[in-house]
Structure formats: C-alpha cells, structure tokens
Design a protein around this ligand. Structure first.
Ligand code: SAM
Length: 216
C-alpha cells in the first residue's frame, strides 16, 4: 500500500482539499466586495503584503496537479526535491509521500508566512512525514540561497510568480540531466516561461497553467 492512499495521509488530504475549496470560496466572496481600485492595488502590491492578506487561504494545487507531483517524483525515483511555496502543505505532503515510497530522500520546502509554517509543520507531523521534510521559514530568495544538496532531482515552483525565475537561478546549477521542474500558474510567470523556452536546456510541456520541464 502506498503512503498517499493510506491512513493517516489519505484522510488528512481529503480534509485539506475540502478546507482549500471553502477558503477559496470565502476569498471569492471577500474579493467580490472590493472596488476596482482596491483590486488593482491588490494586484500590484508586493508579494509579502499580498500573501499576508490571504494567509488564511490555502491556495493549494488541484488534486490533479498534486497527483502529477507524486507521479513524477515516484516514477523517476527522486531523492532530492526543492519546493517554493508550501502554504498549508498539500503539494508538500504529496512530494514527501513520494520520497517515502521511493525509500527515502529530502524535500526542502519554503514558506514566508509564519502561521502557514506552523500549519504545514503540524500537517507533516500528522502524516508522519517529518523525516523527509526540511521546512525553511522566510523569504525563499534567502532560505534557498544556501545549503542546497549538490544535486536537485526536482523543483516545484508555487510561490510568488515574479520569484519563479530568481528561485530557478538559485537552484539551476544543482539540476542534472533528467531533473524535472514543475511550475504551477505559469501563465502568471512569463519571464520564467520565456527563459525555460529559450534556454535550449529544457523540453517542456504545458497542461493548462502547469508547465513541466525536463532538463535534457
Ligand atoms: C499558491 S501558495 C502554495 C500552495 C501549496 N503549494 C499547496 O499546494 O498547498 C503560495 C505560497 O507561497 C508563499 N510564498 C510566496 N512567495 C514566497 C517567497 N518569496 N518565499 C517564501 N514563501 C513564499 C505564500 O505565502 C503562499 O503560502
């Protein structure tokens, strides 16, 4: 039996996906009361302000994207994964479960909102996956700038979209032939997409707004 479909992780994920849906509906409701000016101010605010305003919202990946992360990490026997943007831990839990089912490894994840760090830590403990996860609290542009493993098998990007390319720059020298990058909401990260497409180093495929790239 794999970790993803077993207790304690499976019921925890059901709960987190349900909570994620309700927090998204509540956010939509809140947004519908904003004036156009307020919406524009929000859109152009810096990531720290923006994400602290939505700190109670999961902003989790979809179940399909979460399963894709597990599939990719399992299928390629990944041992070393870096994640940008943990939130309450839906993607983190899928990646950590894949590492456990691969027989071990480390997931370095990052989150700058302290209340979310506490939540993701509790969720990882509840799922008995703490052995596989190194949570780095603070701005990923700093926390992922040091102490990375020599080789990173997989990079998952899901934090502030304008930071995708700078985060890739921190990790890129550690990627090997066969390493995979998954970027969620890539339509909002055009500079990252542009770099990936033009560098000549990657073969990429986009599924809706998720881009999967293989270093070749
Ligand atoms: C879309 S959510 C991540 C959802 C998560 N991957 C999941 O599936 O549940 C983005 C998260 O990234 C965090 N974040 C954004 N920019 C960051 C940065 N520069 N450093 C650390 N965390 C960041 C936000 O606080 C937010 O919780």
């Amino acid at each position: 039996m794999n970790t993803l479909s077993s207790t304690p992780l499976a019921p925890l994920l059901d709960q987190l996906f349900a909570d994620s849906d309700s927090s998204k509906s509540a956010l939509m409701q809140r947004m519908s009361h904003l004036t156009e000016d307020e919406k524009q101010k929000l859109r152009t605010s810096d990531p720290f302000t923006l994400y602290s305003l939505v700190k109670d919202v999961h902003l989790a990946v979809s179940r399909a994207t979460a399963n894709l992360l597990y599939i990719l990490a399992r299928n390629h026997g990944m041992k070393s994964i870096v994640e940008f943007g943990a939130s309450f831990g839906v993607s983190t839990l899928h990646l950590a479960a894949a590492l456990k089912d691969n027989g071990g490894g480390v997931l370095i994840t990052s989150e700058f909102e302290p209340s979310k760090v506490a939540r993701v830590r509790a969720n990882i403990e509840q799922a008995n996956l703490s052995t596989y996860v190194d949570i780095r609290e603070g701005d990923a542009l700093h926390t992922l700038a040091t102490d990375l493993p020599d080789t990173v098998d997989m990079l998952f990007l899901d934090g502030a979209k304008q930071h995708y390319k700078p985060v890739l720059s921190l990790v890129e020298s550690r990627l090997r032939e066969g390493s995979i990058i998954v970027a969620d909401n890539v339509n909002d990260a055009p500079d990252f997409a542009d770099y990936i497409h033009k560098s000549g180093r990657f073969v990429s495929a986009r599924f809706d707004d998720v881009e999967v790239s293989l270093l070749v």
